[in-house]
Structure formats: structure tokens, C-alpha cells
Design a protein around this ligand. Structure first.
Ligand SMILES: [Zn+2]
Length: 520
């Protein structure tokens, strides 16, 4: 007697190989048989009736920790309804462990208000233990964030490392990797990482390489200096042989769009010469980020207190305003997604806010940064959808949400629709562009699993964990919009995590079958 039997499925196994029809039997959390017309009965039998059965999707670029959703919404609804069964958190430099000093957690504050949060771990291994006591809608693993590590040492200061500090950080990284972290992430464009030297990154990359772990880099620049930023990441990978993933690859601002062929060419060339480089991408043309990141480097380099001091000085303030004026960014059409304070500007454009304030768009930006707390997030449409599609279809790309698993409660903030619609939107784009469904599924399953060293997942194979999705490709549809993001994707009829249904007949079951994953 099996625990689960899925009959007459059109199996796309995740490897990229052509589909075939068979039955799949599951015992407990494992796939135990794949064959035509399995006769052994099962506790639960599902007639797939020719629908696609694929491995559950894997998101290497997830922020369910930074947005606090693993605690506030552990069923991770917006992800499981898309077919995600495994996520890797701790991206863009910010992770929830290790917390070597009280300052370490500050790396998270641009995404989530940290007032009143309850923390009872210090090391990465204690964090994993704490997570293991909880239950989740899908499997969760984590990287270590470099901001988290570094801020534990330098606190709120933004400065180079002093003697001994890099060694201390290196030791904490090793300890975390030994406790099951999948690698290290950096967020080089953020205030506390702008200062990070190439030498630091190089030393860290050597450690990551020793543990055969992943280095996930959010580039120092995604616009005017994107080529230099890619070169920096590739130099580190070439010199150390580290396994490199560039996070959410994109080219920002129309003035830079012409750089895409060069960007892809530089990456392709490095790959062909033996560098282990891939990138992830989300299928949207609008970015979601902290508003302060649009300010000039010198203004944010000293941290929030110094930044506010600059605003108070008329000469410095004018310099910031003229920088914003010449930045090529269209602030007036930018949407405010959320603010930490109760300003209630969510859903309004900066243009509308400026009009109410009787000020320029640039002045309104400064006002928002000043009064909205450290967590003002905005939507900016600055990407070219044709280019986004090109990046999506590139052989070295994976699909990453760069989002988090939210429920339907909106808490007066807008979240990026990619949190709800990434996989469905991608599947439609890929099919519309003539990409095979086999190739598209691979980008969501075995390719990211292999990249991050996630074992026994990402492929439908005997002995693998039973992370499975059943869907009709013609019925998959994303519904989330910028104005109304809180809408689940349609089309995933069943989503099994470790052999248990997180979604059944298109509905969330409330079961929390996810495991906490450790590397190795
Ligand atoms: Zn990032």
C-alpha cells in the first residue's frame, strides 16, 4: 500500500528530457515507483488525466525571512499556490543568522519593521534549530547574508574592516556553512555594503569555495555601472573558482538598455571559459526597492543618521536634489508600496505626493525618505520587458521571485506582484516565446537545485523527495497586479511537499509539510 498514487500523468521530470506518460507512487515523503499502470493500491489516489506532473518549483532568490513572513505567514501561501515547494532565503546580504551582535539584525530593517520582534537565537545552527521547531508550507533553507555578518562587527558605522575583523567574519561564515547554510549572499548596492572591498569579497569567496557552497551576489550597480559591477563579480569567481549566482539580473533605466548584449556576452564568455556563473531573473519590468537607494552614494554612506544630517544642511541638500534631478529616474511615476511609519502613501505616485506637498518630485523623495522611516519601498518601472524576456530565456538563467510568501491580508502595504505571480507569468512567457515546457520547468526545478546543492529535489526520480505539482499548462495564470497584488495565481491543482498536499484541487489545505533544509 502506497501513501499516494498519481495516475496517468504527463510527466515532465525536471531534467529537461521529453515528457512521458506514467504513474508515480509515493511512500511517506519519497517517490518510490514510476511506471505505467501501477497496480498496488494507495491511501490517496489522484487521477491526473493527462495533466502535467512536474517537480515542485525551487526559488533560490527568496526573502520570506526579510519580510518576516516565515513567522507571520508560515504557510507561505503566495508561493505554494504558484507551485513553489522549496525556497532559499537569506538573499541580498541580509539573513536572520548568525546574529553575533545586536546590530546584526539591522541589515533587515529596510524590508521589515523590527520593533517588537522576538529573537531567541544567535548562531546559524541555533536559528536552524528554532526553525525546525516550526512548520512551513514549503521547504526552507537559507544563505548567510554578508550585511548581517559585517554589521555584527562594524555596527551602524560604514567603514573598512580593521585588523582581525575580516578573520572574525570568516570564522562566523565557516561556522554557519558547517551548520547547514547553503552559501553567502551580498547586497553590494546597499548602504552598508557599498564600502565592501573586492579584497573582502575575494577572501570570503575562498571560504565559500572550500565548502562547495553558493555565492549569491546582488550587484553593486544595475544601471550606469552594470558592466563594471558584473566584471567585479566575475573577477572574484574567476580568481577563486567559487560557484557564483548573480541575483535578479536586469538593466535599469532606458539609457542603459543598450548594454544588455555586452552584459550577456561577458557572462557567456566567462561561462565558456569555465567560470561557474548563472543568474536569476523575475518576469516583471518593475523593480521594488528601498527609496533611499536612489540617493547618491556619498549621502547614504554614513548610514541613516549621517544621511539625515546631510538633508538638514541646505548646501548638501541641494547637491542631493540636483543628483536626483540628473539621475534619469522618473520619480513622478514611481509608486510608493509601503512606509514604516503610518504616512499612508501606499499606492500613490511620488508625483501625486509632490503635488499635495506643492514641491518637486525630488523634494518629495527626500521628504519620504526622511519621514517614512528606514523602510520606504517603491515600485519603479525601469526595465524593458523585451529584455526581461531575453534574460528569462537565456540558457544560464533560473527564475527567482526575489519576493516572499504572503497571505491575502494586506496590512496597508503593497507588495510586488512577483510574490504571487512569478512562476505562472514565467510559464506563460516561456510558452509564448516557443520555449518547450520541459525547458521552462527545468529552470524552475533541477537547474536551481543543482546550482545550490539542494539534494534529492528538483527532479521526479525514484528516491527523491515527493515535491510535486500537477497542472494543466493552458490554465496557469498569474493575477497579481501592482494596484492589487494580493491575488493568488491560478492553475496549480495539486502541490505536494514531502508527499503531503499543501494545495489540493486548487485550494490551500493548511497542511504545513515543509522541512528545514541544511546543505549536505
Ligand atoms: Zn537584491
Amino acid at each position: 500500500m502506497y501513501s499516494l498514487l498519481i495516475k496517468n500523468a504527463n510527466i515532465i521530470d525536471g531534467s529537461g528530457k521529453a515528457r512521458f506518460t506514467a504513474d508515480v507512487a509515493v511512500q511517506g515523503d519519497q517517490i518510490v515507483n514510476i511506471a505505467p499502470k501501477i497496480k498496488t493500491p494507495a491511501q490517496i489516489t489522484i487521477e491526473a488525466d493527462g495533466k502535467v506532473l512536474a517537480p515542485g518549483f525551487i526559488d533560490l532568490q527568496n526573502h520570506s525571512d526579510a519580510y518576516w513572513q516565515i513567522f507571520d505567514n508560515p504557510s507561505l501561501d503566495s508561493l505554494i499556490t504558484q507551485g513553489y515547494t522549496t525556497i532559499l532565503m537569506g538573499n541580498c546580504g541580509a539573513s536572520l543568522a548568525p546574529l553575533l551582535s545586536s546590530q546584526a539584525l539591522l541589515a533587515m530593517q529596510k524590508w521589515h519593521n523590527l520593533e517588537g520582534v522576538n529573537i531567541n537565537w544567535v548562531s546559524f545552527s541555533e536559528f536552524i534549530e528554532e526553525l525546525s521547531k516550526r512548520r512551513f508550507g514549503c521547504n526552507v533553507g537559507s544563505l548567510v547574508g554578508y550585511s548581517t555578518l559585517r554589521r555584527a562587527v562594524v555596527g551602524d558605522q560604514i567603514r573598512g574592516l580593521q585588523k582581525g575583523e575580516l578573520e572574525a567574519i570568516g570564522r562566523a561564515l565557516k561556522q554557519s556553512l558547517e551548520s547547514g547554510a547553503f552559501g553567502l549572499s551580498s547586497g553590494l548596492s546597499y548602504a552598508h555594503e557599498i564600502i565592501v572591498s573586492e579584497l573582502e569579497l575575494f577572501e570570503l569567496a575562498k571560504i565559500i569555495k572550500n565548502y562547495s557552497a553558493l555565492f549569491s551576489i546582488h550587484l553593486r550597480n544595475e544601471g550606469d555601472e552594470i558592466i563594471e559591477a558584473i566584471d567585479e563579480a566575475l573577477d572574484i569567481a574567476k580568481a577563486t573558482g567559487v560557484n557564483l549566482k548573480i541575483s535578479h539580473l536586469k538593466i535599469r533605466n532606458q539609457a542603459n538598455w543598450h548594454k544588455l548584449p555586452e552584459v550577456l556576452n561577458v557572462i557567456d564568455t566567462a561561462y565558456m571559459q569555465g567560470t561557474d556563473v548563472h543568474f536569476d531573473v523575475y518576469p516583471y519590468d518593475t523593480v521594488w526597492q528601498a527609496l533611499y537607494a536612489y540617493l547618491p552614494k556619498w549621502a547614504i554612506e554614513g548610514g541613516r543618521t549621517t544621511m539625515l544630517r546631510h538633508f538638514a544642511d541646505p548646501v548638501q541638500k541641494n547637491k542631493v536634489l540636483s543628483f536626483l534631478n540628473n539621475s534619469g529616474v522618473k520619480f513622478s511615476t514611481m509608486y510608493v508600496a509601503s512606509t514604516a511609519t503610518k504616512l499612508n502613501f501606499s499606492g500613490k505616485t511620488v508625483g501625486q505626493i509632490a503635488k499635495n506637498m506643492e514641491s518637486s518630485g525630488e523634494q518629495a523623495v527626500l521628504k519620504l525618505v526622511e519621514n517614512g522611516g528606514s523602510e520606504v519601498l517603491v515600485f519603479e518601472q525601469s526595465l524593458n520587458m523585451g529584455q526581461v524576456k531575453e534574460i528569462i530565456l537565456h540558457p544560464l538563467s533560473f527564475i527567482g521571485t526575489d519576493g516572499a510568501g504572503f497571505g491575502l491580508k494586506n496590512n496597508n502595504r503593497l507588495v510586488h506582484p512577483r510574490c504571487f505571480g512569478t512562476a505562472a507569468k514565467f510559464l506563460n512567457i516561456a510558452q509564448g516565446a516557443g520555449e518547450s515546457l520541459e525547458g521552462a520547468i527545468k529552470k524552475l526545478s533541477s537547474a536551481p537545485a543543482k546550482k545550490a546543492g539542494i539534494k534529492k529535489r528538483g527532479e521526479i526520480k525514484i528516491g527523491n523527495f515527493a515535491d510535486l505539482v500537477i497542472f494543466d499548462p493552458a490554465k496557469v495564470k498569474d493575477r497579481a497586479t501592482y494596484e492589487n497584488p494580493y491575488q493568488f495565481s491560478e492553475g496549480m491543482e495539486y502541490v505536494f511537499v514531502n508527499g503531503k498536499a499543501a494545495v489540493a484541487e486548487g485550494k490551500i489545505t493548511g497542511q504545513l509539510p515543509g522541512y528545514v533544509l541544511r546543505k549536505n
